[in-house]
Design a protein around this ligand. Structure first.
Ligand code: ADP
Length: 323
């Protein structure tokens, strides 16, 4: 193998840059040229890619986002679009591709490998909903941003006997909400995997109030049926139900832009290296992920179309800690 390409696709995640850097430097160290593809699959279709040197990937690891850019590319979901991508890589004598991204992106990499082009994926999404990796690049940084916000809101909540509803990212998956809720000592965690009614949330808050709590924290995943907006709407109908005065904070995209934590830089570096090693070993159609603190590959066909379930024992732990 003489030449590979690397791209980042879908939602950006802190730690992607560490993975780009690791892919590039591991490959160059092994005598393999690396093309960096801009704007995800769109760059493959447009032929928008350029050689990367060791120096090109210097000084990028500490930044969030991705220096290669990322995009959503509907054209890649068609066979015709993927054929153009393969032709553009063949013209440049690119023999294999590393795709750093989440569920959608790895569905794309699987489709490409099904057409005979060698691909290895790198598990990267702040939702941590990808099978094949215990944790994914970006989730630790997202949790830490949420946690910092929770810690700060607690200080002000305490001074005013307030309850804060903090809505964190997670369209389909409550992992960030649950972990930030446990680490932040939340009174209530609301996630899509374990829906609770607004009445139930109100009861838990009321119980905390009656126990004499000076403040309360509800951490809500954006994808929960009863997201922060719906909960507040409900509480407005009965302001006395919770005891506390309520305030809402929706964190939104600030969680994406975080500087990657040490854990995400290390994970990005390890998985980036792992992807190149897998290609060197002749593997294709696999995802490089972390399982039991080892970098291992899993066939993409076992991953696509699935969502890694959340460990509901952790949800119970959150509840026990809140009592
Ligand atoms: P993420 O990787 O963060 O889950 P998306 O779901 O937006 O992001 O997917 C990113 C890109 O992956 C899409 O814009 C598309 O180019 C590609 N993709 C997603 N699903 C498929 C599919 N079924 N076949 C081919 N490509 C796909």
């Amino acid at each position: 193998m003489k030449r590979i390409a690397v791209l980042t696709s879908g939602g950006d995640a802190p730690g992607m840059n560490a993975a780009i850097r690791a892919v590039t430097r591991t490959a160059i160290d092994a005598g393999i040229d690396v093309f960096g593809v801009h704007q995800g699959y769109q760059g493959l279709i447009d032929g928008d890619m350029a050689f990367l040197t060791r120096r090109d990937v210097g000084g990028i690891m500490q930044s969030g986002g991705t220096v290669l850019g990322s995009a959503r590319c509907p054209a890649f979901e068609t066979v015709a679009g993927r054929e153009v991508a393969i032709r553009n890589m063949a013209e440049r004598e690119i023999e294999a591709l590393v795709v750093i991204g989440g569920n959608g992106s790895q569905t794309g990499s699987h489709a490409l490998s099904q057409m005979g082009f060698p691909v290895v994926g790198v598990a990267s999404t702040i939702d941590n909903d990808l099978e094949g990796s215990d944790v994914t690049i970006g989730v630790d940084s997202a949790i830490n941003v949420a946690l910092e916000a929770i810690d700060r809101l607690k200080v002000t909540a305490e001074s005013h006997r307030r309850a804060f509803l903090v809505e964190v990212m997670g369209r389909h998956c409550g992992y960030v909400a649950l972990m930030a809720g446990i680490a932040g000592g939340a009174e209530v965690v609301v996630i899509p995997e374990q829906e609770v009614s607004p009445e139930n949330v109100a009861q838990q808050l009321r119980a905390a109030y009656d126990r004499g709590k000076q403040h309360a924290m509800v951490v809500v995943a954006e994808g929960a049926k009863n997201n922060a907006e719906r909960l507040v709407e409900h509480f407005q109908t009965d302001p006395e139900a919770t005891g506390f005065r309520l305030r809402v904070t929706i964190l939104g995209h600030v969680q994406r832009g975080a500087n990657p934590t040490a854990a995400d830089r290390l994970l990005g570096t390890r998985l980036g290296e792992g992807a190149v090693r897998a290609l060197q070993a002749g593997q294709t159609g696999v995802l490089a992920g972390l399982r039991g603190n080892r970098v291992l590959t899993t066939p993409l066909e076992e991953i696509v179309g699935r969502q890694k379930p959340i460990d509901l024992e952790l949800f119970e732990l959150a509840n026990i800690m809140a009592r």
